[in-house]
Design a protein. Structure first.
Length: 623
């Protein structure tokens, strides 16, 4: 699929199509193929090539393809492959069995569309780096030929279609690509275990849950919720901003503004808008015209997207999004004063902003974080979307801004709830230290779009004001979204898979209560709703597959890990493979610490029992 559509799907709109054929998507095939390193090398009996030359620096080794085929079929590692045994995992063997099933009548057109896209170019360029003696035209021809087979398409089919007796493989290039992808997964998995253990409250704490006579997750008493779509035209910026307004005739508390993520729309958090409005809050969901779903759909196929993120996300969006909110607040303030119909509806001087992904960035910028992209210049030099997270790549669009430093703050923003925010290096060295308003950051530990470390945990530490961290253990990037507004094909992608709506129902139920309680901290009912912003309350919504945790500070162990990461990368702009491995070792130790403690306790108990028995034995036998 074109890269623009791939990112649109990642950001979760129901109107962006995802190219899928059979059980494995092209995006999944591409990612799986690149993440398994040697997986692309396996052959089957009909191949033209009979051997591989594996190159590692100046060293070369010849490997018979039949040995790799045996591994693919049986898992057996022959003597000639033992040097590479640690790379030939069961996951690699499983990935070799995956196929992209194509309709023979449509395969030609589908493959041509893919090869003509930026995503197809990334795929073939990556294969060319791994197999340097194959040219791009040869690879493209092999893909076309392999796709014409009726039994589906795999990387094995592609290599089978290459008419060469010997294939040269650069193992260093394969490992580099695999490491960047796999390390992120390992870090997320270990981080999940650490946060789940370290932030867990004891059962005794659950006895302090708020009384059941007040339930912030239940629908409010204001059943008569009004809803209307408005549009405001900013003449100076030539920008029309649609908003969805939910309100009741007797509004209370602050005004709540919702800001969607990149490639979504104003309905992404619709379930929250409906819930908050039923409790008397006025909710305004802003749609950002330069980075919504329609902006993605209007993008032409552009092969240079891979080298220039600003062709996908206009650099000016980092300025325009916060300014959209400020402009809308100005317009609503005028309506509140001049309109009989809307009089007294919009409390624009007291705003709680709830944003997701790029909407989280929007809220943090409005809350006082200064946009400062000067440090992005070196980080983004020659960056490729392969091997980095979408957030790390997408933030590089801001490099093209004419304003390298911009104050986008709006003192009407009194609170921010940033869910899976895209932060990275957008706020420079000062980070979020200027944000002093109460802030709640939600992180999903399996979020492969805005991974927790650089996008949420480090930013959380930088906040200066009252703050909460809501950790969704196993949560993905779109877990907080309205299921009716998310492309369901995302739940089936093998590389950046999203959880299904039924798997995240507990989280959305919790967010109804947490968002209401957080917003009402700006009301006379603050004390009444504060107990619902507690670790015990949040944990009570956990399920075995999606544990939930809340804290006002990171655990000391995670703070230590962040400091280690900072020291290891102090002289570089991005973590190297070696530094990430070192930090991962520490994180793995934290993850295993509780298991070690249990093992030691069991050992001591057993030793104590044995000691008692030994002391008693002489007495029992009459000595």
């Amino acid at each position: 699929m074109p890269l623009s559509e791939a990112f649109g799907v990642l950001c979760g709109t129901r109107r962006v199509w995802s190219f899928r054929a059979g059980p494995l998507s092209w995006a999944g095939l591409r990612a799986a193929g690149l993440s398994i390193g040697l997986a692309a090398l396996v052959a089957s009996p009909g191949w033209a090539a009979e051997r591989l030359v594996i190159k590692v620096g100046p060293l070369r080794q010849v490997i018979a393809l039949r040995d790799l085929e045996t591994f693919a079929q049986t898992g057996e590692v022959s003597p000639s492959l033992r040097l590479y045994q640690r790379f030939l995992s069961p996951q690699v063997q499983l990935a070799l069995q995956q196929r992209l099933e194509l309709d023979p009548q449509m395969s030609d057109r589908m493959i041509e569309d893919v090869l003509a896209s930026a995503n197809g170019e990334i795929f073939t360029n990556a294969l060319a780096r791994i197999a340097p003696n194959l040219t791009i035209p040869q690879l493209q021809a092999a893909i076309r030929l392999a796709a014409s087979q009726a039994d589906g398409l795999s990387l094995l089919d592609i290599l089978r279609a290459v008419p060469q007796e010997t294939l040269e493989i650069d193992l260093s290039a394969a490992i580099a690509l695999a490491s960047q992808l796999n390390l992120s997964n390992l870090e997320s998995r270990s981080l999940s275990g650490v946060l789940e253990q370290e932030l867990k409250v004891e059962p005794t704490s659950l006895s302090t849950l708020p009384p059941s006579d007040l339930d912030p997750t239940a629908q409010g008493q204001n059943n008569r919720v009004l809803q209307r779509t408005l549009s405001f035209r900013d003449v100076d910026r030539q920008r029309v901003i649609p908003v969805e307004v939910h309100w009741t005739r007797n509004p209370r508390g602050p005004l709540v503004v919702l800001s969607h993520g990149f490639g979504a729309d104003r309905y992404f958090l619709d379930y929250l808008a409906q819930h908050l409005a039923s409790h008397g809050l006025t909710v305004v969901s802003v749609e950002h015209p330069g980075s919504n779903v329609q902006a993605l759909l209007n993008l032409p196929v552009d092969p240079e997207l891979a080298e220039s993120p600003s062709r996908l996300l206009p650099a000016t969006e980092f300025l325009d999004r916060p300014r959209d909110v400020s402009f809308v607040l100005d317009q609503l303030a005028q309506l509140d004063q001049r309109s009989f119909f809307y009089g007294g509806v919009f409390n624009t001087e007291d705003v709680t902003l709830i944003g997701h992904s790029l909407g989280g960035y929007t809220g943090l910028a409005l809350a006082g974080a200064t946009l400062d992209v000067r440090s992005l210049q070196s980080f983004c030099q020659d960056i490729q979307p392969l091997g980095v997270s979408p957030a790390d790549w997408l933030q590089c669009a801001a490099v093209d801004l004419p304003e390298q430093v911009a104050d986008l703050s709006d003192d009407r923003i009194k609170q921010v709830m940033a869910m899976n925010p895209l932060v990275g290096k957008l706020f420079g060295e000062a980070g979020l230290s200027a944000v002093t308003v109460p802030t709640l950051i939600l992180t999903g530990t399996q979020d492969s779009v805005t991974p927790p470390l650089n996008q949420q945990l480090v930013p959380f530490e930088q906040l200066s004001g009252p703050k909460y961290l809501l950790a969704v253990i196993g949560g993905t990037h779109l877990s907080v979204g309205d299921p009716s507004n998310i492309n369901q094909a995302l739940t089936e992608l093998p590389f950046i898979a999203e959880l299904r709506g039924d798997e995240t129902a507990n989280l959305r139920q919790l967010l109804k209560g947490v968002s209401l309680s957080f917003a009402l901290q700006r009301s006379p009912e603050a004390e009444q709703y504060r107990p619902f912003l507690s670790a015990a309350y949040v944990q009570s919504f956990s399920t075995p597959t999606l544990p939930l945790r809340l804290a006002e500070a990171l655990p000391a162990s995670v703070q230590s890990w962040l400091k280690i990461m900072a020291r290891l990368t102090a002289d570089t702009l991005s973590p190297s493979l070696v530094s990430r491995l070192a930090a991962l070792g520490y994180l793995n130790a934290l993850e295993s610490r509780q298991q070690w403690q249990k093992a030691i306790a069991v050992h001591l108990q057993v030793s104590q029992v044995v000691t008692v028995l030994r002391l008693s034995l002489p007495v029992m036998i009459g000595r």
